[in-house]
Write a protein that binds this ligand. Sequence first.
Ligand SMILES: Cc1cc2nc3c(=O)[nH]c(=O)nc-3n(C[C@H](O)[C@H](O)[C@H](O)COP(=O)(O)OP(=O)(O)OC[C@H]3O[C@@H](n4cnc5c(N)ncnc54)[C@H](O)[C@@H]3O)c2cc1C
Length: 481
Amino acid sequence: MTAPPLEPRIAPERVGLRPFTPEIRDRLRALLGPEAVLAEADRLEAYASDETESLRFLPDVVVLPGDVEAVRSVLRLAHEERIAVVPRAAGTGLSGGALPVCGGILLSVERLDRIREIDPRNLVAVAEAGVITGHLQEAAAAHGLLYPPDPASLDSCRLGGNLAEDSAGPRSLKHGTTRRFVLGVEAVLADGSLLSTGGKCRKDATGYALGQLLVGSEGTLAVITAATLRLIPRPAATLTMILPFSRLEDAAAAVERILAAFDVTACELLEEAALAAVARLEPLPGPLQGRAAMLLLELDGEQAEELLTRAAAIDEAATALGAGEALVADDVAGQRRLWQVRRRVGEAVKTISAYKEADTVVPRSALAEVVLAARAAAARQGLTAICYGHAGDGNLHVNLLRGELAESQWEGRRDAAEAELFAAVVALGGRVTGEHGVGWTQRKYLRLALSETEIELCRALKRTFDPRGILNPGKIFPLPE
Ligand SMILES: Cc1cc2nc3c(=O)[nH]c(=O)nc-3n(C[C@H](O)[C@H](O)[C@H](O)COP(=O)(O)OP(=O)(O)OC[C@H]3O[C@@H](n4cnc5c(N)ncnc54)[C@H](O)[C@@H]3O)c2cc1C
């Protein structure tokens, strides 16, 4: 597959910065050593994109600091010379957050990959920003513990990216997003000073929660180098069930009723078009064929027997709301098979045509309306919509697909459908991103969701943390005219 063309950069001067020069590159080499500074075209290419569809911006240089002092020295230099610095962890982001839209220095934390400590007495882990999320989960599991945040990308994404995006996953329904697990943050500020805030205390009312402010800050306030993270005991038993529905509205009503009455760890929805997409890759289990929607639920607890009893009660409640025959698995292989239907949607969408994913989030009671709004917005532009995601959190991923539409019409129609969709989402009480962040792609919708008062307060915080605006310029906020 050929790479999409490079996007035109924003001139650094437009955001009050200076262009990168070979002299800065040489000074970075002197600070970090030549092996930690990449400037060859083919090495830079590898850092020009993340997982956002069709976006590429080339950095001027990539630096790979191996410790916190090296991160500090890069920031001191960039601050002094007013050069853009874009933090990057694994580059799996879906809103273009790690893309160097003004060029400059791309600072990858991939070499800060030590789990400094698993502390079973206090149920915490201290891990660096470059640790792959799944590796932390494995290390916690070795102590009988769980680090619950479970973005689907957990085998490749890194903790720095998870904190910066406040990433979430199916289990966020029960346990909360990454934010809930952050007790302390170590970070380097724009001028190179070191911030170490919070720690192992589970309660802390001492002043502003600065660490929490960095969670979800998308690389615009500081470079996170490590975090102290809460762990929980690993549940002894889990159970997965799928409930098929012939009407989308019944599935949406079931989400509300089930979550009001039962302890559920994850509650995921696939609507008709998402089921059809998965069926292109593998036959659906019988009870799912020809259905308008399915819900996948995960339960956890201490006793397998209790989970079966809870599942039977949920099944009874769902049947009264129109659910068909439930599929239930409490063994590892069976659960994996059921999850497979949910996990393969993203891959299935990619096999159909060009697409754009919109990360919508609404109050749970508006789930069905979002799907209907997505279908209507897509149809008006000659596109199709495939909706699926974290129903329990009201967080549906709407994929707008080009289908047979001529390529020349795709961009304009896609953008029109997306704008209509987000206007509908906000009118339903929703926001313009639930877990993928504002980054580069969503900033045009920021004013739909935030008031001028909120935006100005956020800008003031940004100026306090980063007075010269060197950290991840061009992200979150609309650009100056
Ligand atoms: C297949 C797939 C499935 C996904 N599933 C989910 C999902 O279920 N839930 C979900 O929430 N997301 C999901 N994502 C999106 C993505 O994986 C998450 O946003 C993830 O947290 C990004 O981590 P990363 O290490 O790749 O960060 P990057 O993409 O490298 O960076 C993301 C943002 O964080 C900033 N950043 C990175 N490191 C630091 C740091 N050390 N300090 C300060 N800022 C930093 C960057 O500047 C950028 O703004 C998925 C992506 C893919 C490709």
